[in-house]
Design a protein around this ligand. Sequence first.
Ligand code: GUE
Length: 283
Amino acid sequence: MAKILSGKIVSARVKDELKKEVEELSQRGKQTGLAVVLVGDDSASKVYVRNKEKACEEVGIYSEVHRLSENTSEEELLKLINELNENDKIDGILVQLPLPKHLDDKVIIDNIKPEKDVDAFHPSNVGKIMIGDYDFLPCTPAGIMELIHESGVEVDGKTCVVIGRSNIVGKPMSMLLLHENGTVTTCHSHTKNLAEVTKSADILVAAVGIPKFVKADMVKPGAVVIDVGMDRDENGKLCGDVDFNEVEPVAGAITPVPGGVGPMTIAMLMRNTVTASKKKLEK
Ligand SMILES: Nc1nc(=O)c2c([nH]1)NC[C@@H]1CN(c3ccc(C(=O)N[C@@H](CCC(=O)O)C(=O)O)cc3)C=[N+]21
């Protein structure tokens, strides 16, 4: 039986610690604030944004959600971002992705002040992560590192395989594993003999966006298996990229969906916002 790596439990612990830090900052006269920008009405995004608002409340972070219509122009969105960049009440800005098709993610992200870029998506933050000299870590990979630490398995010297190479998860995930001295392979749709590669992994991270993609015969017995998927199964039920029922008996440790990586992503967003607030106070 695999150890279940509960993002619910670990994220609650992280938020408890952050709550104290937010209180201390507030005693020193520094409030902490997060602005979330949601364009359009993607139903999944709405759930995630609500969870972020709830987390802010728990931690004591002031939050404002800007809900903009689906047909918001680039100019209007940039105007809002510039206002938030200059707003002293706001330490962190998050523009929920994906944006509607007529908006270019890159243009929008480039215009967020790097000091307020709590997603760590701005090129200057991405570059800093590559070098290993960063202020913020991207929320999902950072949350996953916490869950791996929770498994008790040390990354140093381990064979790590990441399925997926997105800028948001796969690529930075591989980088963070490398920072902890993992031997890292990044797989994607052009990878040959995928199952053979994934079966070599002591630590396997699935971030492909295909429901139940990882099957038991792709997993090394005893491996730590991390599921980043937020997919829907054939019945429309929330599931991950890993076939949990199949893989759980083979794995040494595994994250559930829901209650695994998702809550950790949000906890790390809270951490980045607190870090941004502290940095501002020190300046
Ligand atoms: N700028 C930006 N930053 C992000 O960090 C970002 C984003 N855009 N776009 C979408 C992805 C996805 N993401 C999730 C956050 C929380 C849950 C979460 O709370 N999941 C719950 C279940 C949610 C449900 O019931 O559907 C869980 O896994 O237990 C999931 C996914 C953040 N993302």
